[in-house]
Structures are given as C-alpha cells and as structure tokens.
Design a protein around this ligand. Structure first.
Ligand code: CA
Length: 225
C-alpha cells in the first residue's frame, strides 16, 4: 500500500516512516502542507496521514481541498491534545479518522489497517471485477476454477486498475503508483509489467482484459459473452 505522510516535526516523521516501512507500507513523506496537498491530489495513495499544524497549508485545509477535488483516499488526521476542537473539525473537513498525539504505535497501525480495508477491499481481503477475483493476502488471481500467483507488481497493477474501474489510467499514474516518485522507472517498464499481468489473465482464461487506450493509458474491461 502506498501511504503519504505529511508531518513537519522531523523526529516524529522519521520515526513514523521507519515504523510504517517495517510494516511494509510504501511511504512518501512531505514536511510542507502545500507539497502535501499536491501529493494527495495525485490520487495515487491508498492512505494519507495528515498532521494538523503544517507550514503553508494546515491539515484541515489539505483534507478539505482534496475532497473538493473528488479525492476519496482515506485520511487519518494527527491532532495535538491542546487542539481540543480538532477532532470535530477534522471529521467535518473530510478526514476519516483522527488520532491524538501522543499515540501508541499499535493504535496508529490498527487505525491504518481499518482505513485501508475501508478503501477498496472487501472484508476478506479480496477484490473482484468482471470474472476475476484478486486475493491480496495470498497474491492469487482467480477466475472460476483457475488461479495463478501474482508477483507483487502484477498484484499492484491489477489492484489499482480494479480500484479505478471505468477510468483510463495513464502510464504516468501507473508508474508513480507502482514504483513511486523517486524511482527512475521508465514508462516502458509499465508496458512490460502490463504484458506480464495480461499473461496471467490469459492463463486463468479470464474474459477481463487490460485494454490499452492509444496515447492515453490503460483500462480494465470485461466482455460479458
Ligand atoms: Ca506540526
């Protein structure tokens, strides 16, 4: 899961990044509110953790502006104890949950798991589209009687396409989603992994297809025949 952390306290941010990476989240961190807002608005994250007091734009404003633009990514707001009304304001502005500082790591991780499930998953860790089912816990792609194990990137690609069904995803969006901003991945790699994912779909004899939309990107389609 790609997670965005917007937190300006250096030590806090470092500690959180470390913990979250141990928990296998792919974490991007920004210390500035405006940079954080731009990052949220890309829509590539599965979860967002927002501090309230931030330079240039506070957490409430970030959540509010992102929601206004139709970004549905679950947001967990971190609030200081002194900011008593934060809880109410946080939920009003479009945050999904809040956590008061200081908090226990276990508590944070539990909230994130709950929010992550709320995002696109069914309770049993599976996603479905057309005639295919993805089991994220076992990394299996299932179609009727057939199943095949997916690599981590294949799983992410299909997960992302299913979560955004009905939309065309650009190669850039996919590259950022799968490899992150910092990587030097060339867009060609997206095509390579798309062909891997397609082979897996063929292997399980799925009627669900990854369609290339010339010059734009990719879309998941299902032929009801
Ligand atoms: Ca702060």
């Amino acid at each position: 899961m790609r997670l965005l952390l917007v937190e300006d306290e250096k030590r806090m941010a470092q500690a959180l990044c470390e913990i979250l990476r141990q928990e296998k989240y792919d974490v991007d961190h920004y210390a500035d509110g405006l940079d954080g807002l731009y990052a949220v608005e890309t829509g590539v994250y599965d979860l967002v953790i927002l501090d309230v007091m931030l330079p240039r734009k506070n957490g409430f404003e970030i959540a509010q502006e992102a929601r206004k633009k139709g970004i549905k990514t679950p947001i967990l707001m971190l609030t200081a104890k002194s900011e008593l009304d934060d809880k109410v304001t946080g939920l009003d502005c479009g945050a999904d949950d809040y956590l008061t500082k200081p908090f226990m790591t276990m508590e944070l991780l539990a909230r994130l798991r709950a929010l992550g499930r709320r995002n696109i998953n069914t309770p049993d860790g599976t996603l479905t589209f057309g005639d295919i089912t993805l089991n994220k816990d076992t990394s299996m792609l299932i179609c009727g009687e057939n199943s095949v194990r997916l690599s981590e990137k294949e799983l992410r690609i299909l997960e992302y396409l299913i979560a955004n069904q009905g939309q065309i995803l650009t190669r850039e969006q996919l590259a950022v989603k799968i490899w992150g901003y910092d990587s030097d991945t060339e867009y060609n790699n997206v095509e390579v992994y798309m062909s891997f994912a397609r082979k897996k779909l063929n292997f399980v004899k799925a009627n669900t297809e990854i369609k290339a939309v010339r010059g734009i990107g990719y879309e998941l389609r299902y032929d009801h025949v």
